[in-house]
Design a protein around this ligand. Sequence first.
Ligand SMILES: Cc1cc2nc3c(=O)[nH]c(=O)nc-3n(C[C@H](O)[C@H](O)[C@H](O)COP(=O)(O)O)c2cc1C
Ligand SMILES: O=C(O)C(=O)c1ccccc1
Length: 335
Amino acid sequence: MNPVLAELHDKARAVLDPVHYDFFAGGVGDEVVLAENEAAFGRLALLPRVLRGKEISTDFPLMISPTAFHRLAHPDGELATARALSGTTLVSSMASTVPIADVVAAATGPVWFQLYVQPDMDVTEVLVRRAERAGCAALVVTVDSPVFGRHRRDIAHGFHDLPAGLTAENMRDLAGEALRNIEMSTAISWRHVDRIREMTALPLWVKGVLHPKDAVIALGHGVAGIVVSNHGGRQLDLVPAALDALPAVVDAVAGRVPVVLDGGVRGGGDIALALALGASAAGIGRPVLWGLAADGEQGVRRVLDVLRDEFLHVLALCGGELTRDMVVVRGVAGC
Ligand SMILES: Cc1cc2nc3c(=O)[nH]c(=O)nc-3n(C[C@H](O)[C@H](O)[C@H](O)COP(=O)(O)O)c2cc1C
Ligand SMILES: O=C(O)C(=O)c1ccccc1
């Protein structure tokens, strides 16, 4: 792990209420997948190309994955995150503790809106309109959550509600109710994705695809992109590391839409490995929460700066290109 990220994580752990720290840090079940997401990067190595003699692009292929409840990490919450972007895309969670319009107004980079399809499609439509009106540039429908994950740390602490004074602000005044709970439902299907696509011109991504067949189905429903993700090890504790699921999805998609990878990205080298395996960009969840808890807007900015700097350095060392033939399994001779 990048040492600055490790330092910010340590500081976050020290300053956060242990209940809130565990909400952010924890995974589902035995937390096998939580650990695997990070470990998967350590099993791979890169074979750099040499003497390529070209300018290195300065594009930074990183986005901030949606995470709930930033005001549990810092009083400024999502406003601090949004102010720190300086060009990086923020996928703002439907479960933000600041209304999406205020997130976009504070943002120094593009903001996309993540949502869980609500079984009452009138509620879903109001959320889509809020995202449009706020100025979000895309919608990201999270598809890996037909039910809530069972997070043992939260259960042990009895943590299931936001403390007094904090609210999932986007859930206010929806279809006749002052405040709604976010619902998850096993009844959600591709038909709901179609409905959303019909109701808005915003590009529609799906997040939480692991099976290559689902990636192909998603293409048939007109998605603009796919996030390969296991929700940071917070949904099904039987799935592979997100990185290990990436190549098959990339092959199935065959360049038709961008594929983003999140889960376990903890350094610039991890971003490089994801790109070499065919991702267009990587996403980070927890590192942003650690930066936010440790030092608010400044902490998030440090996370983004250190990852940008490290990624561009790795890219230069690799000759400015990252392709799958450059990835080998560590500890195995290629013969
Ligand atoms: C505390 C926490 C809250 C999250 N909330 C959401 C959410 O509201 N919507 C969503 O699609 N994913 C959510 N995720 C999953 C992240 O978008 C992302 O997939 C994951 O954090 C990536 O793994 P990483 O934390 O190892 O970088 C959450 C993750 C965490 C850790
Ligand atoms: O904790 C999560 O992973 C998550 O996705 C979520 C969703 C809704 C409310 C709070 C958290």
